[in-house]
Write a protein that binds this ligand. Sequence first.
Ligand SMILES: [Ca+2]
Ligand SMILES: [Ca+2]
Ligand SMILES: [Ca+2]
Length: 132
Amino acid sequence: MLSRRSILLISASFLAGGGSVAAAPHGNPIKMFDADGDGTIDLAEAKKAASALFARLDRDHDGTLDKRELAGRLSAREFAAADPDHDGTLTQDEYLAVVEARFNAANSDNDGTLDAKELSSRAGRALLRLMR
Ligand SMILES: [Ca+2]
Ligand SMILES: [Ca+2]
Ligand SMILES: [Ca+2]
């Protein structure tokens, strides 16, 4: 179901791109996640991808991610900071709060979107780990 959704997302970005995108999008985060085809990733696009990944990672379907399900996407310190009630799990809201913080950290020019250069920065790569 999720992969079908990704395919739809990718198809949508192909259409929105006006056919200029010829190659397979795999590996290029902008082509993977740029649903509105404007060539950058905005926070809504990042959160949408992160929500899809959250659902995929939540193997026991309890609506939260524990450390094992996160599989190293957050360090112990990042996990503790993201889990203010210290119950050892992250809800989707807590997860998306980390996504937003990483998005803002990567958006060095503060224009509300991430371009290819910002996504390839250290903060950008940390964000992508929460999206795919
Ligand atoms: Ca976009
Ligand atoms: Ca879970
Ligand atoms: Ca930017």
